[in-house]
Design a protein around this ligand. Sequence first.
Ligand code: GLA
Length: 386
Amino acid sequence: MSATPLERARAGFEQAFGQAPQCLSRAPARVNLIGEHTDYNEGFAMPIAIDRETVVAAMPRADDLIEVLACDLDGARAAFRVGDAAQVENSPQWLRYVQGMVAVLREQGLAVGGATLAIAGNVPQGAGLSSSASLEMAVGQALSALNGWRIPPTDMALAGQRAENVYAGCRCGVLDQLASSLGQRGHALLMDCRSLQVQPIPLPPQVAVIVVDSKVQRGLVDSEYNLRRQQCEAAARGLGVKSLRQVDEALWNRLGATLDPVVQRRARHIISDSRRCEQSAEALRRGDLREMGRLMRESHASMRDDFEITVPAVDALADLLNATIGEAGGARMTGGGFGGCVIALAPQAMVDEIRSALASGYRSPAGMAAEVHLCAASDGAGVVTR
Ligand code: GLA
C-alpha cells in the first residue's frame, strides 16, 4: 500500500523542515451527481465530497513568510511574503491557489501570520474532480488552525471561489468549494446556489458511486466555460431576470422563443438541470435509484444536445455505462465538460460487470482504457484530529 496523503504530508514536512508539523488539515475533492453549470446561474446542484483529498501539514513562523512544499510535484518549494500574496503573475499555477487563499483572507481583514506548509494529495489531476478546490479548502483550514480563526464553512467556500476567480484565473461558480467544505459522509448535498443552503440527502444503502475517468484530455475548458457563462448571462438579460434561477414556466413560455436559438438551448439546459436536481433529491430520499438513473440520463442528453459540453468519447462512455447498468441506476458526464469523468450510480453488486464492460468496450481516442474510481461520500474539510 502506498502512503496516504496524511502520511506523506507529515513525512514530507519533517524531512524538509526538520521538525514535526503543529497541525494537519484535510479537504476532499468532489464529484457532481447532477446539476451542471447551474451554480453560476444561482440554480441547484447536487454533488458529494469524495474520499480523495488534499492534506496540508502546517507550522506557524515568527516572520512573515509563507513557505510551501509540494510533496507531489517532485518536492517543489516556493516562498512568498504574506503581504505579497496577491502578486501571482510569476507564480506556478499550484502556488496561485495558496497565494489566492492568503490574499483573500487578508482582504477580509484577517491577520495572516507566517507559516510553513507541506501539501500532499491523492485527487486525480486533470480529471475534473476539483483538486484545486480541495487544495484551497485544505489551505484555508490550515491557516485557520494556525491563526486561531473560526470561519464558517460557507464563508470558507466563498473565499476559495474568490481565490480561484481573482488569483487563479478561473471564473468558476461555488459548487466545488461548497462541496469540499460542507461534505457529509454517506450523503449527497442538495445545494441551492442562490441561498447557499445545503441539504444533506442520504445516499441509498448498497449504491456504488463509480467515477470513470474517460482519459480524454480536457481541451478548451477555460474558453468554452467562459463562453457558456456569457451565453447564460445573455439568456438572463433577454428574459429580463438577474439569473436563470428566476425563470419560471410562464416566463419561459412567453419569452423563451425570442432568444437566439443557441442561447435558448443553453438556458433550457440550465433551467431543466436545476429542476432535475430537486427531482433527484426526492428520488434519492425515496431510495429510488431507477428514477435517479433516468434523471442522470436526461441530464447527459441535455449537456450533449443543449449545452454542448460533452465530446464523442465521453458520450460513448456514458452510453456504455447506461447500457450496462440498464434501469438499475444511471450515468452522466460530470464537471465542467470537454472530457474528464462520467459518474455512475449503480447497485454495488454490479461493479464487477461494469468494470469488465469498460475493459472490453471503451478506449479513449488516444487508445487509453478508462480508469475507475470507486468513491465514498465523505465529510467536508477540517483539521485532522486523529
Ligand atoms: C466547474 C466549476 C464549477 C461548476 C462546474 C460545472 O467544476 O468549477 O463551479 O460550474 O464546472 O457544473
